[in-house]
Design a protein around this ligand. Sequence first.
Ligand code: NAD
Length: 389
Amino acid sequence: MKNGDKVLGQTMQAIEEKAVDAEKKVRVGLIGTGWIAEAHVEQYRRFPDVEIVAMADLIPGKAEKFCKTHGVDPASVHFYPDHLSMLQNEQLDAVSICTYNMTHAECAIAALNAGVNVLLEKPFTVTVEEAAEVMRAEKASGNILSIGFQPRMDPNMQQIKKIVESGALGEIYYIQTGGGRRRGIPNSTFIEKKTAGLGALGDIGCYSLDMVLNAIGYPRPLTVTGYTSNFFGTNPLYSRPDQTHSAEENAARFDVDDFAAAFIRLEGGIILDFRISWAMHLDTPGDTVILGKKGALRIPSTECWNGTVGGEMTLYTDVAGLQTETRIPILESKKSLFEMKVRSFLDAVKTGGSAPVPSSQILYNQAIIDGIAKSAAEGREIEIVIPEV
Ligand SMILES: NC(=O)c1ccc[n+]([C@@H]2O[C@H](COP(=O)([O-])OP(=O)(O)OC[C@H]3O[C@@H](n4cnc5c(N)ncnc54)[C@H](O)[C@@H]3O)[C@@H](O)[C@H]2O)c1
């Protein structure tokens, strides 16, 4: 049994003892009322078994304005200037944490310690130490913590895992993954370390890592050689103005990565070759490929942060001595990925089920991201140390 499975097992036992009464409405609070909070509220509003009772944001008046523009009656909501005051004053069943990356850990720990179930936006945290600290709070509280990776709900993403699990590829030894944008640097709170902590590596890198690591069962990462750069974000030629900053000001604010690459060794002798980009002089750094001893899978260069694969996948195998290629048709999703992400979390809260995207898996995702950042800073290969939870 892997360490992550053991932790998950203990957490599950505690969760089953704390399931919310299925007849009652789930009392939900929102921490952070920025851009992505809109997608959470849109879903919560659709479900008759949910009451949005509280909202917190550090920016005065922002949550109140958010309510008005997103169809929530402000009279039915209590507003707070931060997560702590909300958690101290409300009896909540669940919170969505929609804050920037640097406050993910403190908000999640406070919510779990207050006995509240947590849907935490991606990336899990900024460092692996923070992720482990959140998991300790999860374990101690017995509450549900699910990390907001909605691409997990996509049937094409799920097909990748099914193909691997079918044995069609045999033993896997090499994976190339990542993706990138030629130009696609976000603005706002994403470009400064003090709020985002990480750039493209954390923002979209976490998705491409999850796509392949989830498919192969999240083996433990062992070592990493990482590289990061920010030649585009810091250059006014390539940065963009926003409502409050000129392009020059945004270039001066920019202190995170806009490109990252890494060579990672995973348990089981698997090599992971990774690259991610918010900006570069190239359309794509290539397809995702999974090489096994019996077959290989090509996943067309994917904007997997948009939730799905970039086109029909191809399975390469030898059949009776003939080299064959099988096209894997694109599967349509009947529901929105965000609906399934929020609903599966609520169902887990109501039934005492398991977290749809468990922290025990995403701990390894975060360890790789953190390892890339640390290795890049030190300019050498480093061992990935997974803290005890
Ligand atoms: N799943 C997805 O598809 C997706 C898409 C975009 C962003 N995200 C993630 O969502 C998070 C938020 O992104 P965003 O674009 O909404 O950012 P944002 O900057 O627009 O909003 C974040 C808000 O959180 C508030 N905040 C920060 N710390 C707080 C605290 N302690 N208490 C209360 N409020 C606090 C800020 O004041 C801000 O209003 C990021 O981690 C990002 O990676 C996920």
